[in-house]
Design a protein around this ligand. Structure first.
Ligand code: NAD
Length: 364
């Protein structure tokens, strides 16, 4: 299994180093993994004049999966948009056809105090948000500014966008959500998909709901419920543990996935996956390059280590190895190890490498 490793900028190289050490431990125990590195982001711009050099894209396209650190460096914020580090992510998504974003929101009971919600509401939370990534009102045409053609303000300047989803776009994300729920059910979850829309108001949403219901016919072992997005936003903070897998479009998913991630209180713990056809995927922590702590050995590597676990589960078919990593992370948290971002105020904390050491040791 060939993994393209793109460390990127800021804390990217530090956290990727720890995730690769964890994967190397699994390799030593028999998993066949090969790593190939390439530059991305500001680092790539500095060395090759572009945030996503052709060689990096080529390596990522050939790999079975991409393990990505983070990009972004304030030194490059004044470059023209196409050359800024963050463009590398958009380029990879587009070229690799990554149409689904998977973001688990997991709150380990040991970290319940880090959430802004009451511990009993969130302790033990383990849900998965599946967001469609390439369609919806973010990309729909036509869009722009014009003179309003009709209505009470006809003739006034207006801005407009177009919300649209085609059947194949909905079908492929629905399949992915049901299959993810099936994988999670095998690991003890409820086996339920909540499809979030605004079908009481939007034609696009009613079509979304109809197609998701049709796709569900092939997944008798998985329960399907539909929920309006306003209610979903409320339920996520009222009783988030009632959810298992949530599937939704690009716009609603953008908002709900950020809401869900804050339930856990700590950005340093949140992995993510962006998936395309045939199991291809890019795996990265949900956070950015954290320039304020880069190079100081303070970053929490767990989001990246947990992203590597997602890679094993979703792209490499190694569910047991994924569980082993997740179990090892739970164990180090139980042992009381904390990087500064998840430590109680005034409690002692460990650095990036020590946290990596502990996860490697917990793998046995
Ligand atoms: P950020 O996520 O990098 O940092 C926000 C805060 O969280 C900072 O205080 C940082 O120190 C802390 N933090 C983040 N990750 C941490 C970790 N693993 N351990 C401990 N603390 C951590 O967001 P930002 O400051 O808004 O953005 C910084 C740069 O990252 C920008 O250039 C931005 O464009 C980029 N960015 C990149 C990605 C990506 O690569 N996918 C995502 C978001 C932001």
């Amino acid at each position: 299994m060939n993994i393209a490793v793109l460390p990127g900028d800021g804390i990217g190289p530090e956290i990727i180093e720890q995730a690769v050490r964890v994967l190397e431990r699994l390799r030593a125990k028999g998993l066949q993994l090969e790593f190939a590195y390439a530059d991305v982001g500001g680092t790539a711009y500095e060395r090759h004049g572009h945030p996503l050099p052709a060689a990096t894209l080529e390596l990522a396209s050939r790999a079975d999966a991409v393990l990505f650190g983070s990009v972004g460096d304030p030194r490059f914020d004044t470059l023209e948009r196409a050359l800024r580090p963050e463009q590398a992510i958009l380029g990879l998504r587009k070229n690799l056809g990554l149409f689904a974003n998977l973001r688990p929101a997991i709150l380990y009971p040991e970290l319940a105090q880090a959430s802004s919600l009451k511990a009993e509401v969130v302790s033990g939370l383990d849900i998965l948000i599946v967001r469609e990534l390439t369609g919806d009102i973010y990309f729909g045409q036509p869009r722009g500014r014009r003179s309003a053609p009709d209505g009470a303000f006809a003739g006034a300047d207006e801005g407009f966008d177009t919300m649209r989803y085609s059947r194949p776009e909905i079908e492929r994300i629905a399949h992915l959500a049901f299959q993810s729920a099936r994988k999670r059910k095998a690991a003890g979850h409820a086996g339920r998909v909540t499809s979030v829309d605004k079908a009481n108001v939007l034609e696009t949403s009613q079509f979304w709901r109809d197609v998701v219901t049709e796709v569900h016919a092939g997944y008798a072992d998985i329960e399907l419920e539909h929920m309006y997005v306003d209610n979903a936003a409320m339920q996520l903070v009222r009783a988030p543990k009632k959810f298992d897998v949530v599937v939704t479009g690009n716009l609603f998913g953008d908002i709900l996935s950020d809401e869900a991630s804050m339930l856990t209180g700590s950005i340093g713990m949140l992995p993510s996956a962006s998936l395309g056809e045939g199991g291809r995927g890019l795996y990265e922590p949900s956070h950015g390059s954290a320039p304020d702590i880069a190079g100081r050995g303070l970053a929490n590597p767990l989001a990246t280590i947990l992203s590597a676990a997602m890679m094993l589960r979703y792209s490499l078919g190694q569910a047991q190895a994924a569980q082993d990593i997740e179990q090892a992370v739970r164990q180090v948290l139980r042992q009381g190890l904390r990087t500064a971002d998840i430590a109680e105020p005034s409690a002692s904390s460990v650095g990036t490498a020590q946290m990596g050491d502990a996860v490697v040791a917990a793998l046995g």
